[in-house]
Design a protein around this ligand. Structure first.
Ligand code: NAP
Length: 308
């Protein structure tokens, strides 16, 4: 099968399309013919060699990136009763989604609702579940005020909508170019950079109950000034400062139940996956360049296989 390959660490130019053996599903697994794969900053970090010495996992070359996908069930392993050949699915994996076929345990797949496009379905499983995990860690209550740093990105866009669905007031940081976008998602936008703390004090004179850092940089410095309880600050980005400040460092916890909840919210019109760019597999390097600008709105996807 054709797959995106990283054979040496480096810039976007190291991404090549090569051939890998067609993976066979074992008991409890399925093979999916991938139609689209969602992209994340972690794909670029993998390509640069960030995980070569360990971390969340240790990467070995050659490696195929990609953690989330949509596609069609192509082969069903032993012991699986609830998926059939040809059904539309979405799911997640650690690596390997940017290929014509991916094999995953059945517990990492859900049926794709027909109202969700292939691109939207491909881009939901990773960032959506990260946002959901982070909000859970913040133990939010209806009526509270949440600050989301990086609100226009993949995780931030989902976090804003999930928090609004729970009845929170949400203030989101973004450049002015994204302020109308944030308003559509239901957040009150504020520009990051110099003066952010003062702007936030003016917007929420009664204080901010909780903060989610999906941006890094100044986010934690500002958050500790505004949020009374440190455990009500979560960073997804800066694990070193998290320890320094005594705030929570959170890693995405994925499960079928979590993804099912996101699909339910999507069906109720409370969660929209905003895909701002889509690239063919052959242009993966261009997609990585865009991810590495740090200014993607919503999500990017790679188109890999034909739609049925
Ligand atoms: N811990 C975990 O398990 C986990 C999981 C997923 C992601 N992450 C991390 O979480 C972060 C966000 O991920 P993502 O997928 O949402 O990234 P992303 O989609 O690439 O984020 C891009 C967004 O960041 C905004 N941005 C850039 N600089 C900013 C700043 N200084 N302040 C506020 N917003 C800023 C941009 O808005 P403008 O264009 O308006 O500037 C853009 O919309 C990344 O660092 C990622 O590695 C961690």
């Amino acid at each position: 099968m054709r797959a995106l390959l990283i054979e040496e660490y480096g810039g976007p130019e190291v991404l090549k399309i090569g051939r890998r053996p067609l993976p066979e599903p074992g008991p409890g697994e399925l093979r999916v013919r991938v139609i689209a794969a969602g992209l994340q900053p972690v794909d670029a970090a993998l390509r640069r060699g960030f995980f070569a010495q360990g971390g969340a996992f240790t990467s070995r070359l050659p490696v195929t990136p990609g953690n989330e996908f949509s596609g069609l069930v192509d082969r069903v392993g032993e012991g699986i009763g609830h998926f059939r050949h040809g059904e539309a699915v979405l799911g997640w994996t650690l690596l390997n989604a940017c290929a014509e076929y991916v094999v995953v345990p059945a517990a990492q797949l859900l049926h794709k609702p027909s109202i969700l496009s292939w691109d939207e379905a491909a881009a939901l499983s990773a960032s959506g579940q990260t946002a959901h995990t982070a909000l859970e860690a913040l133990a939010l209550k209806r009526g509270e005020t949440l600050l989301v740093h990086g609100a226009a990105g993949g995780v931030g866009s989902m976090a804003v909508q999930l928090a609004r669905a729970r009845g929170l007031r949400v203030i989101g940081t973004a450049s002015t170019r994204n302020h109308d976008y944030l308003r559509v998602l239901g957040a009150e936008p504020v520009e990051y950079g110099a003066g952010l703390l003062e702007r936030l004090r003016a917007m929420a004179p009664q204080g901010i109950d909780a903060a989610l850092d999906a941006a890094g940089g100044q986010a934690l410095y500002v958050s500790v000034e505004l949020v009374r309880q440190r455990r009500r600050i979560v960073t997804l980005v800066d694990f070193i400062k998290a320890e320094l400040f005594g705030v929570q460092a959170v890693r995405s916890q994925r499960s079928a139940a979590r993804l099912a909840e996101l699909l339910q919210l999507q069906a109720q019109g409370q969660l929209r996956v905003h895909v701002s760019g889509r690239y063919p597999l052959e242009d993966a390097a261009a997609a990585h360049r865009e991810i590495e600008t740090g200014h993607v709105r919503g999500k990017l996807v790679l188109r890999i296989g034909r739609e049925p």
